[in-house]
Design a protein around this ligand. Structure first.
Ligand SMILES: NC(=O)C1=CN([C@@H]2O[C@H](COP(=O)(O)OP(=O)(O)OC[C@H]3O[C@@H](n4cnc5c(N)ncnc54)[C@H](OP(=O)(O)O)[C@@H]3O)[C@@H](O)[C@H]2O)C=CC1
Ligand SMILES: CC(=O)N[C@@H](CCC(=O)OP(=O)(O)O)C(=O)O
Length: 346
């Protein structure tokens, strides 16, 4: 059994890991942390929990946790993750970091978007970007995996094959993305209280969202060009789900069939990616609770643009499900182990 710890187990992504790992036959959770709930049993905080009911939340003390585990999931805010990751790595424990601390390869880019110095720049070259559909082989041998952001997962997956096949114009890409509120985490913030969110729909962090450089890093890599995108995020009054609509000019002579075939052939063997047939478009309700990414597309001949729509559950393929997919690869387990495929629909 692989022994694991979840640092930040009372947050939304930590709880989602508990939900997923309850059905994982090769994993034993030996430590869950929370500074606020330290000393309490899991069932005292989450009465619905039965698998891990008797585990006791503990302080995130690396020296006490590291000797008991093989792998740790960091489900804490960016900034707080990096030094914890370094301490676990030094103790010989593999790390999957769900925060943004190791996703950007260039510390200067991190510093300009995150407005703070990177705590461990020396580890950036060690970290593998945890998008299995693109970096599967590298993830298998990694000791530090930077789990992608939720918006980047939804945005990068549909665009990479189209860029690699040179079917779309990189500089023309516009990504218009919407997220449910759990994307912002479980801690209280004024903009997230019920009266502020309910029956509202707004854009935020326009042209300055910190996922922009993460998406650009991966799209630039796929295309071989250095270019910028327009990326706009919106908050929608639902708990889970991301819907990303991307627009891009197609190259001369490229048809809708070419675009769909490129996606289908890139992802033909991928268990979690589904390319929808003509006339069908993804819905967040169709991926809720699953590790799936659904992708649909349409070519508009009047504008010469492709419209590509993708949907994920931000807490599953956008965070904890993808983290378990990465863990399975790192540990040599079947990649789909523990990851349910059917959505909670309706
Ligand atoms: N929510 C989402 O959809 C996604 C989130 N992410 C990223 O995953 C990480 C976790 O997100 P999420 O679960 O939503 O966050 P939450 O705010 O819901 O939970 C954070 C957890 O971390 C603990 N924590 C907070 N600060 C610290 C700290 N300084 N040191 C140790 N523990 C701490 C909290 O418990 P306590 O305070 O009791 O210690 C809590 O258990 C973040 O980096 C987030 O950006 C990535 C993709 C998607
Ligand atoms: C709705 C909402 O607020 N979403 C968050 C993104 C969550 C996420 O994936 O952020 P990390 O990069 O920290 O992992 C945001 O826009 O900042």
């Amino acid at each position: 059994m692989l022994k694991i710890a979840i640092i930040g187990a009372t947050g939304y992504t930590g709880l989602e890991l508990l939900r997923i790992l309850a059905k994982h036959p090769e994993v034993e959770i030996v430590s869950v942390t929370s500074r606020q709930e330290a000393g309490k049993k899991v069932r005292e905080v989450f009465p619905f929990e039965s698998y891990f009911a008797e585990l006791v939340f503990e302080e995130p003390d690396v020296s006490k946790i590291a000797p008991r585990v093989d792998l740790v999931f960091l489900c804490v805010p960016h900034g707080a993750a990096a030094e914890t990751a370094r301490a676990f790595l030094e103790a010989g424990v593999k790390v999957i970091d769900l925060s943004a601390d190791f996703r950007l390869k260039d510390a200067a880019v991190y510093e300009s978007w995150y407005k703070t110095k990177h705590p461990c720049p020396e580890l950036l070259s060690k970290a593998v970007y945890g998008l299995p559909e693109i970096y599967r082989e590298e993830i298998k041998g990694a000791s530090l995996v930077a789990n992608p952001g939720c918006y980047p997962t939804a945005s990068i997956l549909p665009l990479v094959p189209l860029l690699k096949e040179k079917l779309i114009e990189p500089q023309s890409i516009i990504i218009d993305a919407k997220s449910g509120v759990s994307g912002a985490g479980r801690s209280a913030k004024l903009r997230l209280i019920f009266c502020e969110v309910n029956e509202d729909f707004c854009a935020y962090n326009v042209a300055v969202h910190r996922h922009t450089p993460e998406i650009e890093q991966e799209l630039n890599q796929a295309s071989g060009f250095s270019f910028h995108i327009n990326f706009t995020t919106h908050l929608v009054p639902m708990s889970r789900g991301i819907l990303a609509t991307s627009y891009a000019e197609v190259k001369e002579g490229v048809t809708e069939r070419d675009l769909r075939e490129a996606l289908k052939s890139a992802y033909a063997r991928e268990p979690f990616i589904k390319i929808l047939d003509e006339g069908l478009y993804p819905q967040t309700a169709h991926v809720k609770g699953t590790n799936l990414c659904l992708i649909g597309l349409k070519f508009d001949p009047r504008t010469g643009r492709a419209i590509i729509i993708s949907a994920i559950d931000n807490l599953v393929k956008g965070a904890s499900g993808q983290a378990v997919q990465n863990m399975n690869l790192m540990a040599g387990f079947p990649e789909t182990l523990g990851l349910e495929k059917r959505p909670l629909f309706p």
